[in-house]
Design a binder for this molecule. Structure first.
Ligand SMILES: [Mn+2]
Length: 236
């Protein structure tokens, strides 16, 4: 499987990206309705972590079956894969929100693992303003065009681990640009506001955190402006 999935420019509609969903698909549906998402021409790209924590994780296969919805793999999808392979203890998985899947019959766990295993580690989308990359947590490489070779090379495993899990850029406030790409869109690190460091854009605004009731951030990949985001008045 190609770890990088490439999309040509969408000349007919909008290309949008949404932050971590974590099993709150009804809320995502409502957000899409509010921005008049048109599935016949628009495309929606997920930054991964579609499942765990929220109550509707079992809808994930229906969403992934939609021709207008595409997602990279997040660390939570990787945990479902590892669990199905016997490489992640059930108690640790449950502590990370995987209880809904631990309770699934074996064939459903296998079906989910297969679907998640087919998700790319990185997506790149051509837009009218240049190429945009999408990974779950971070792109630690200086040049976007090295991603494909590096992922299939001998250090591919550790690069994949970093792309699914790393918070180093955020923790270090690293503003270095990733070259060869207009922007890299990531989730994984829930922030109160949509933010950026260099050309890395953080769009997980924690819509899945039940007690906080924050909206999804949905970003237009051509303008890099949010078309749906936490209201300014709510957050000081
Ligand atoms: Mn994550």
């Amino acid at each position: 499987m190609n770890p990088v999935q490439h999309f040509s420019r969408n000349a007919r509609g909008r290309d949008l990206a949404v932050g971590d969903v974590h099993g709150v698909f009804s809320k995502l549906r409502a957000a899409l309705d509010s921005i008049k998402f048109d599935p016949s021409v628009d495309r929606l790209f997920g930054v991964g972590d579609l499942v765990d924590r929220g109550p509707e994780s079992d809808q994930v296969l229906d969403w992934l079956a939609q021709p207008w919805f595409h997602s990279v793999r997040g660390n939570h999808e990787q945990m479902a894969i590892d669990f199905a392979r016997g490489e992640l203890p059930a108690d640790l998985y449950v502590r990370n929100g995987g209880g809904w899947n631990v309770g699934n019959p074996q064939h459903v766990r296998a079906e989910l693992a297969d679907a998640f295993d087919s998700l790319p580690i990185a997506i790149e989308v051509e837009t009218g303003n240049g190429l945009v990359g999408i990974v779950h947590a971070d792109c630690p490489l200086q040049r976007w065009h090295d991603v494909h070779h590096a992922l299939i090379g001998h250090n591919g495993e550790s690069l994949q681990q970093c792309m699914l899990w790393s918070r180093d850029r955020f923790d270090q406030e690293n503003r270095e640009e990733v070259e060869g790409v207009r922007a890299v869109i990531v989730g994984h690190t829930p922030l109160i506001r949509y933010s950026s460091l260099g050309n890395t854009f953080y769009i997980d605004t924690g819509a899945w955190i039940a007690r906080e009731n924050r909206p999804f951030t949905i970003l237009d990949l051509e303008t890099l402006q949010p078309v749906h985001q936490p209201s300014r008045g709510l957050w000081p």
